[in-house]
Design a protein around this ligand. Structure first.
Ligand code: KIV
Ligand code: ZN
Length: 513
């Protein structure tokens, strides 16, 4: 029987640290449900001590998700660890992941602690955590840039205290595959009690090698857990991408000889959900989940694939969850068919009232758009979930006029709490006019950092436009996403969605790495 490789997903923790990717409790819960369908072994649901919002998100996920281990990050102190344990109370299987930096640079400049102090704090943190939870992961932050002698002492000590997983982060993405693999192997060889714990890799992508480094950590170093995120989401250049490592280990089983529990057919739906929720769109040529990942444009390739698909394809699109854009529902579809489609897509709405509201939206969309695809339904449901929260800013009506040679004009009505605003403005284009109209009433001072439009279903001008708006205000960066067949309406929705995020000011303690 071959060994198993544990897939530890940290989209909801390390991925969420990406500026603008912060998610609400409900958004996290929805993604956690998809991660459970994907059958990841461990879901790092957040950093419970960092904010009340994160605590609530970890708790909600621990209470609901039963098929994956639920983990919370905690700095190496009693308060953080107790808070993580509290949030994880309802979990079937809980894990506390505690960390402290061990590189000279971090200890001296950031922590201002000596080696001995760090060693003692790591030891005490794991001892304290072990009394609250049986499954303890320890990470020496900036581990790859740490002195191996000191690192071995720390790792030996935390295993003695009961750590069950040792995770070696390449926090700044500095590693090279062969060197990182050898580093893990050396640590495993030199730590006397290394066989008492599972070794894990956690690589950042600053040099574009997070996946390669993680795989080297497994193959050369003997690690049996990989930490990764959907779409490689994460701060700076991101984390190791789940879809890429999973498919590498699956496709090259001849080389790795390891099993992964993941249901690969759920990869593309997970990728879409994360992109749609965070507004971090997937580049078309991204491996496995990019729109072009399985497209054969050149005549030679097309010819080859038609004769025998393995001439140019090493994986099958359907095995990772790509399905041809199927028309799934139309204007005459009834409520039961709609409800069934939601179930097939794994969407669980909390009440019949929510199903009814989503169905009304669907009917409205079907009146304006002749063919409705799965992607449309997912966008519609995510809009519905936002509406259930009774957001502060809500779009009520929008009209705009544009004509070649004329300056476009927009009139907009929107609610801010209980107040209804009506505004008009001119702009360079209709989108610009609409946003200027909103700002003429609110004067938020927010800086627009990103505006992007994507077709939800590719290949047709009938597609809904999905707009992402990234705003910065007072050091906070947020993304708002809006979808509509009319991209001006989608833009106004996205802008108001971003303002709603700025409006809900969650205080957060930044996690490291
Ligand atoms: O990159 C890193 O060092 C981290 C740790 C907190 C595990 O994310
Ligand atoms: Zn990290």
């Amino acid at each position: 029987m071959s060994e198993q490789l544990i897939i530890f997903d940290t989209t909801l923790r390390d991925g969420e640290q990406s500026p603008g990717a912060s998610m609400t409790r409900d958004e996290k819960l929805r993604i956690a449900r998809q991660l459970e369908r994907l059958k990841v072994d461990v879901i790092e649901a957040g950093f419970a001590a960092s904010s009340n919002g994160d605590f609530e998100a970890v708790k909600a996920i621990a209470d609901v998700i039963k098929d994956s281990t639920i983990c919370s990050l905690a700095r190496a102190n009693d308060r953080d660890i107790a808070r993580a344990a509290e949030a994880l109370k309802g979990a079937n299987r809980a894990r506390i992941h505690t960390f402290i930096a061990t590189s000279e640079l971090h200890m001296e400049k950031k922590l201002r602690m000596s080696r001995e102090q760090v060693l003692e704090q790591a030891r005490q943190a794991v001892r304290f955590a072990r009394n609250l939870c049986a499954d303890i992961e320890f990470s020496p932050e900036d581990g790859y840039r740490s002195d191996p002698d000191f690192l071995c002492r720390v790792l030996e000590a935390v295993i003695e205290e009961g750590a069950t997983t040792l995770n070696i982060p390449d926090t700044v993405g500095y590693a090279i595959p062969e060197l990182y693999g050898n580093f893990i192997r050396t640590l495993r060889e030199r730590v006397p009690n290394s066989d008492k714990a599972i070794w894990s890799v956690h690589c950042h992508n600053d040099l574009g090698m997070a996946v390669a480094n993680s795989l080297a950590g497994v193959k050369i170093g003997g690690a049996r857990q990989i930490e990764c995120t959907i779409n490689g989401l994460g701060e700076r250049a991101g984390n190791c991408s789940l879809e890429e490592v999973v498919m590498a280990v699956r496709t090259r089983r001849d080389h790795f000889g390891l099993d992964v529990r993941v249901d690969a057919t759920q990869i593309v739906p997970a990728s879409r959900m994360v992109a749609q929720t965070t507004g971090f769109v997937v580049q078309p040529n991204k491996a496995v989940v990019g729109a072009n990942a399985f497209a054969h444009a050149s005549g030679i390739h097309q010819d080859g694939v038609l004769k025998a698909r393995d001439t140019y394809e090493i994986m099958r699109a359907e095995d990772v969850g790509w399905s041809a854009n199927k028309i799934v529902l139309g204007k005459l579809s009834g409520r039961n068919a709609f409800k069934q489609r939601l179930t097939d897509l794994g969407v669980e709405l909390d009440s019949e009232a929510e199903v009814n509201a989503a169905f009304l939206r669907f009917k409205d969309l079907a009146d304006r758009k002749s063919e409705i695809f799965d992607e449309d339904i997912l966008a519609l449901v995510s809009d519905e979930e936002s509406d259930q929260k009774v957001e502060h800013y809500r779009l009520l009506a929008l009209s705009q006029h544009s004509e070649m040679g004329e300056r476009p004009h927009a009139s907009i009505a929107f609610a801010a709490g209980d107040v209804e605003h009506h505004a008009e403005a001119d702009g360079n284009g209709p989108v610009d006019a609409s946003i200027k109209a909103i700002e003429s009433r609110l004067s938020t001072g927010a800086e627009l950092m990103l505006y992007s439009v994507n077709a939800i279903t590719s290949g047709s001008t009938e597609s809904q436009g999905e707009v992402t708006v990234r705003l910065q205000l007072g050091g906070r960066i947020v993304n708002g996403v809006g979808a509509d067949p009319d991209i001006v309406v989608a833009s106004a929705k996205a802008y108001l969605a971003a303002l709603n995020k700025l409006h809900s000011k969650a205080e957060r303690v930044a996690a490291q790495g």
